[in-house]
Write a protein that binds this ligand. Sequence first.
Ligand SMILES: [Zn+2]
Ligand SMILES: [Zn+2]
Length: 108
Amino acid sequence: MAKRTCLDCGALTNGTRCIACQRPRERAALRTKRERRPRTSYAEDKRRAAAVAAHRREQGDWCPGWKRDPHKATDLTADHIDAVAAGGSEGGELQVLCRSCNSAKGAR
Ligand SMILES: [Zn+2]
Ligand SMILES: [Zn+2]
């Protein structure tokens, strides 16, 4: 097999770059892929809205509270008990909290 030289360092290689120069490039590509945030799907948005509606039917405008007492709240949102960003699945169990409790939970 004809030997070629690495585009980056000039070392002999079978490909366009030697193994030493190829590896950091692959790792950089992997990192950008992992950083891309998963977008909430339309079905998931509907499921969250349904969870808030069900909560309102049962308990009214009432937030169960995150590390604080339950309190009246009209800005209720449904979010995952285990955040998707923290490894939870998108279809996972939902928890209804007001926006301020939800952001307190997200900041833990
Ligand atoms: Zn090289
Ligand atoms: Zn709250």
